[in-house]
Design a protein around this ligand. Sequence first.
Ligand SMILES: N[C@@H](CCC(=O)N[C@@H](CS)C(=O)NCC(=O)O)C(=O)O
Length: 224
Amino acid sequence: MAEEVKLFRTWSSGYALRIVWALKLKGIEYETIFEDLTNKSPSLLQYNPIHGKVPVLVHDGKPVCESLVILEYVDETWKHNPLLPQDPYEKSMARFWANFGDDKLMKSIWQLFIAREKDQDVAAVEALENLKLVEEQLKGKKFFHGETVGYLDLAFGWFADFVSILEEIMSLKLVDGERFPHLSSWIQHFIDAPVIRDCWPPRDKMIIKFQVMRENYLAAATPK
Ligand SMILES: N[C@@H](CCC(=O)N[C@@H](CS)C(=O)NCC(=O)O)C(=O)O
């Protein structure tokens, strides 16, 4: 019997995009269910009752939640075109840096994005420190694991897109080739990599979405 694979996602979620890329890189057929997060479907809440978030992967009726967990599930279930390194130490390092990306880097980039003008310099310091750590990881490499796209590239993929959205909306340059030569070249390689390049959400829609989000945060933070 054919396997049934379903992916609950939204058009813009960078977390969900990780799973889209992983399934496509593995050549797995799947059905997409687009969610409206302002009116979550009963199925999403049933499959992810703890967080109620996308992405959720449902494989033959069994739900898997949390994008980094789903990436590992996909990699272990369909073993061809491996995403994670096989060596136990390298695998644990990959998990470490993926968590760093979600916990520290993403938070600091977001804090910069929603900082009021007077707070931007302070917020930039933390974001830049985190970016330097990522830059170190990419020294001498095309992708995080070498010559081909793998788990960490998918984990950091949101950044490749979001950084230029942030730069455009805030009219600043965060990642330039002089300060971050390795990160800059990774962004270019990753954005244009086969499979990856076909899945990006429409840029104009992303700009509008994040512009509105930023304005709402700034308005909420401004004393009346
Ligand atoms: N840690 C989660 C984060 C997922 C997440 O934050 N998804 C957002 C969309 S980008 C969501 O579903 N938000 C709905 C909500 O917070 O209620 C993961 O890696 O899957």
